[in-house]
Write a protein that binds this ligand. Sequence first.
Ligand SMILES: [Zn+2]
Ligand SMILES: [Zn+2]
Length: 246
Amino acid sequence: MTQLGDSHRRFLQTMMGVRIIDELEAKKLYQHCCETYKMHWTADGLDPFIETINLKLQPMFMQVKKGMSEENGHQYYALVNTTETDITRMSSDYADNELELFRKTMDLIVGSERGTASSTDILNSTDTMTSKRMKKSETEHLLTRLVQDKWLCEKRGEYTLSTRCIIEMEPYIRTMYPDQVKMCHICHNVAFQCQICENPTCGIKIHNPCVARYFKGRMEPQCPACNDFWPHEIPEFRGLPSQSKK
Ligand SMILES: [Zn+2]
Ligand SMILES: [Zn+2]
């Protein structure tokens, strides 16, 4: 069986601290760890390097998992827990009523068309809590912590699921919301922040960065599923990687 070298261990230690890094940082870290311990590295050696780490992590129910950011279309690597299939994985850091409110926030985000929940809607959802009800200030403090801990992202009072959350919680989300979750028609991963085909018999979803990639340079954007005109503005992303590898 492959042994974990010092370079693998160093990589893993950094991942334990940061939990998530983008592909570019991961490549730099891989190169740095190899050079530090005089190990040979190659330009496309990151994924096999991570596979070696994952083999060792498997018995500990951990994994370095890759996924795309809905925000910028870049690939990220997150260190995830594979034992818990639900959000009890967060129970060491959050109280029961805090977890309940996070679940409610997820309900709002997953149930929304564009994958967002407003702070007002989240605050209002405390009315229906079954565990100890949270005050407004407590809720605001919790939301700040959830952003700091990289479970949620916030922009102008609108909350979205973070890349870490999507990578780590995908199995949970698919199980919990089987009728609401939709896959991106282009990359086939779960899609929250996205554009939707307006043809009522179609209604496919495409991530914003996948939209940018797919429609780039096309004069008359058409839905890739039903061929209807794609009525949305095609977003532009700076420095978008040309293809998304899984
Ligand atoms: Zn996609
Ligand atoms: Zn369509």
